[in-house]
Design a binder for this molecule. Structure first.
Ligand code: BPQ
Ligand code: ZN
Length: 373
């Protein structure tokens, strides 16, 4: 079995799960946050720094690596783990979503999606079979079914037709998968903001017995309360003995609310993306270190953080680097933001062990959102 989920316990106060994800590249505790390394690197971080931070599973992306350097190059390198010198877990997203959000002149049919590369402009095509062929060549421990993530808002009829095609594509992915013994293929539940369509999508995918399930099509611009409501309705439909992965979610509040609603795995570009424009996450909330008010502030980003950045550098110095467009500044903010979210998930797991996750949420929100949460 490529990937196995072990349920350790359920928090008596919140119903949240504490688990372990056993993969061919190690066993990692859940709930977990997975840093995004789209082009086979978590931007500005070395593998050694990611290990220091405590990252277990990181993401890479089929669409990007198919376009550049090409999946055959990565296959010849011996797969992604060898190519990027990362010997822990890797998950690749299937590329469908990125075609919609990145490429131009795309056309979707039953067969797949034709589009123009956002790099060279050349006409390309991704189908369930092509996506799985690329993911098999990349060699990630967890690979994702090729799906369509409907825009938000979207007409009910469009969402229903789309989820039914996504289900047919999921079937084609299962058939095309060549390495089930060392790469776990996860199904992706769609269905937009329609509870009955979410039920339909979940039922159809659960019947196919995937080793894990993702909830897709959320965090697409809908109000957070609506995301939480759809999530509350969807996760119970998924098998308790399998991992549940909420795609594209990573703000502190959404992570905690997602864990409370039964999610085990999260990914989001937020912490690394905002770091690159000088915005950091601290125990007292967001801190935009490039602001002038920090020019002579010689305290650490977060007085309560013990990460490399906070132990050795000040807000004034980091602000200077960001303003001077020095890449070392981006490395320091990225390192801290990833450490902050990884540490947050450790504290969430501790709270589950001690049956007090709802209390932890209230305490964390009061500090992080200054009580206005
Ligand atoms: C807008 C952001 C990226 C924050 O979230 C989403 O779009 N969330 C949905 C999402 C993220 N990544 C996915 N991959 C795939 N295959 N399918 C999806 O639905 C998604
Ligand atoms: Zn720090």
């Amino acid at each position: 079995m490529a990937v196995r989920y072990e349920l350790i316990k359920v928090c008596k106060q919140s119903g949240a799960r504490l688990g372990r994800l056993h993969t061919p590249h190690g066993t990692f505790e859940t709930p977990m946050f997975m840093p995004v390394g789209t082009q086979a690197t978590v931007k500005t971080m070395s593998p050694e720094e990611l290990k220091e931070i405590g990252s277990g599973v990181i993401l890479a992306n089929t669409y990007h690596l198919y376009l550049r350097p090409g999946h055959e190059v990565v296959r010849e390198a011996g797969g992604l783990h060898r190519f990027m010198n990362w010997n822990r877990g890797i998950l690749t997203d299937s590329g469908g979503f990125q075609v919609f959000s990145l490429s131009t002149l795309r056309k979707i049919t039953e067969e797949g999606v034709s589009f123009r590369s956002h790099i060279s402009g050349e006409p390309l095509f991704l189908s369930p079979e092509k996506s799985i062929e690329v993911q098999n060549a990349l060699g990630a421990d967890i690979i994702m079914a090729f799906d369509e993530c409907p825009p938000f808002p979207a007409e009910r009829e469009y969402v229903r037709a789309s989820l039914e095609r996504t289900t047919r594509w999921a079937e084609r992915c299962l058939r095309a998968h060549r390495r089930p013994e060392d790469q776990a293929l996860f199904g992706i539940v769609q269905g937009g903001m329609y509870r009955d369509l979410r039920e339909q999508s979940a039922a159809q995918l659960v019947a196919m017995d995937f080793p894990g399930y993702a909830v897709g099509g959320l965090s697409v611009g809908e109000p957070k309360e609506l995301m939480y409501e759809i999530l509350s309705h969807t996760t119970p439909l998924l098998p308790a003995g399998k991992p549940r992965y909420l795609m594209g979610v990573g703000s502190p509040d959404a992570l905690i609310e997602g864990v409370i609603r039964g999610i085990d795995m999260f990914d989001c570009v937020l912490p690394t993306r905002i770091a690159r424009n000088g915005t950091t996450m601290t125990s007292q909330g967001r801190l935009v270190v490039r602001n002038a008010r920090y020019a002579r502030d010689f305290s650490p980003l977060d007085p309560e953080c013990d990460c490399y950045t906070c132990r050795h550098y000040t807000r004034a110095y980091i602000r200077h680097l960001i303003k001077a467009d020095e890449t070392f500044g981006l490395r320091l903010t990225t390192y801290h933001n990833l450490y902050f979210l990884t540490r947050l998930m450790e504290r969430v797991r501790e709270a589950i062990r001690e049956d007090r996750l709802l209390d932890f949420r209230d305490q964390f929100f009061a500090k992080y959102y200054g009580g206005d949460q």
